[in-house]
Design a protein around this ligand. Structure first.
Ligand code: NAD
Ligand code: DAU
Length: 361
């Protein structure tokens, strides 16, 4: 039995990862440390398979005493670190929380691992692993003909969010080179799927389209992201944790690189087909162009040859199959949607972000 500390496991990808570990035949015991910020919810952890293998702890990764206690009390031999502030637009309005959680929080976890695994030698070094979940946004933006981001692409983050993640990646790397802490890092592209908080593009568009609200497109809508279905990401992370080489980074991506307008069009087409009697058909009539995001990265694309060749991973879902599963999930979970969007923070965020961008309704 291995004991995994998952941070941020009440958020979108973290909760899908917890589910993945409990469903798959991994045999691990999970301690899930999450602060339950606006982005985290216990609703994301309802009906877990095999719940006896999961313990939830509400707390902050910045709380070094708590983190150290969890390492000791639960005999932790693996950390899979998701906890972060993750929304680029929020980082533009207020970067302070991003610096605290993403940089100092990662540092706090690394220090706990260094103390307990390296100084106190609580565990044999070959049995421990610190895995840091990061993003493709650390690489900056691509021009139309640039090759996709590889693991060797120099970092060039353009938003406070991306800069805070880049900083945390550098810290993690340094703990391997300086102290010999067995770390791995994965840099992944845009995820979508069940339990994604509806401030991000895909769930926001699904829910706005369902309720006849405007679909706010930043700028000209021709920005490109590399979309990956969240369960594919979870599978890739676990493979890196189990089989990745300490000190290495792995790019993870979806091989799906449509412009934003095409993503929104796909959602509208699915809803037109599945809900032909809706008064909002055709749903793409709801598209509304709004003021662009400052410093908006134009294009991301991931070169995933390393993880394909070394670990044998590739994404299972296409954008079409993944999007159908995602839209179906949001249609089938109105209680979850109500619970997360009824929070006062959510409505005030929507008002702040979209009123300032000049959305009409
Ligand atoms: P999310 O915003 O949905 O969830 C973040 C979780 O972290 C929440 O449950 C929140 O409560 C928790 N958290 C925040 N601050 C905390 C703190 N100080 N202490 C403890 N818990 C805290 O995020 P997500 O989209 O699931 O992303 C998870 C990780 O994956 C992040 O590190 C993000 O940078 C990375 N990532 C995300 C994507 C994506 O498309 N969503 C893509 C690549 C990488
Ligand atoms: O690339 C990985 C990153 O993907 C993760 O590291 C981040 O945590 C995650 O939030 C995501 O960042 P993006 O900024 O790419 O995701 P977002 O869903 O906010 O926006 C996706 C694209 O859609 C982007 O080009 C901005 C655009 N957009 C977004 C919103 C919310 C719109 O046009 N309208 C919107 O209302």
């Amino acid at each position: 039995m291995r004991n995994v500390l998952v941070t941020g496991g009440a958020g979108f990808i973290g909760s899908n990862f917890v589910r993945y570990l409990l469903q798959a035949d991994t045999g691990v015991q999970i301690v899930n440390l999450d602060k339950l910020t606006y982005a985290g919810s216990l609703e994301n952890l309802s009906d877990l398979p095999d719940p006896d293998r999961h313990i939830f702890v509400e707390g902050d990764i910045l709380d070094s005493e708590l983190v150290e206690c969890l390492f000791r009390d639960h005999d932790i031999d693996m950390v899979v670190h998701f906890a972060a502030e993750t929304h680029v637009d929020r980082s533009i309005f207020g970067p302070a929380d991003f610096i605290q959680t993403n940089i100092i929080g990662t540092f706090t976890l690394l220090e706990a691992a260094r103390k307990l695994w390296l100084t106190e030698e609580l565990k044999p070094l070959e049995q421990v692993r610190f895995h840091h979940v990061s993003t493709d946004e650390v690489f900056g933006t691509l021009a139309p003909d640039d090759p996709a981001f590889a693991e060797t692409t120099p970092y060039a983050p353009n938003s406070p969010y991306a800069a805070s993640k880049a900083s945390s990646d550098h810290l993690v790397r340094s703990y391997y080179h300086t102290y010999g802490l067995p770390v791995t890092i994965s840099n992944c592209s845009n995820n979508y799927g069940p339990y994604q908080f509806p401030e991000k593009l895909i769930p926001l568009m699904i829910l706005n389209a369902l309720t006849g609200k405007p679909l706010p497109v930043y700028g000209d809508g021709k920005q490109i992201r590399d979309w990956l279905y969240v369960e594919d990401h979870c599978e890739a992370i676990w493979l890196v944790v189990e089989q990745g080489k300490p000190g290495e980074t792995y790019n993870i991506g979806g091989n799906n690189q449509p412009v934003n307008l095409e993503v929104i069009g796909t959602i509208c087409d699915i809803l037109d087909e599945w809900l032909p009697a809706s008064p909002n058909v055709p749903h793409d009539q709801l598209i509304q162009y709004v003021t662009d995001r400052p410093g908006h990265d134009r294009r991301y694309a991931m070169n995933i040859k390393k993880i394909e060749q070394e670990l044998g991973w590739k994404p299972r879902e296409s954008l079409s199959t993944g999007m159908q599963k995602t839209v179906r999930w949001y249609l089938d979970h109105p209680d979850w949607v109500t619970a997360v969007s009824d929070q006062s923070d959510y409505q005030s965020w929507i008002d702040k972000n979209y009123v300032e961008r000049g959305e009409v309704e």
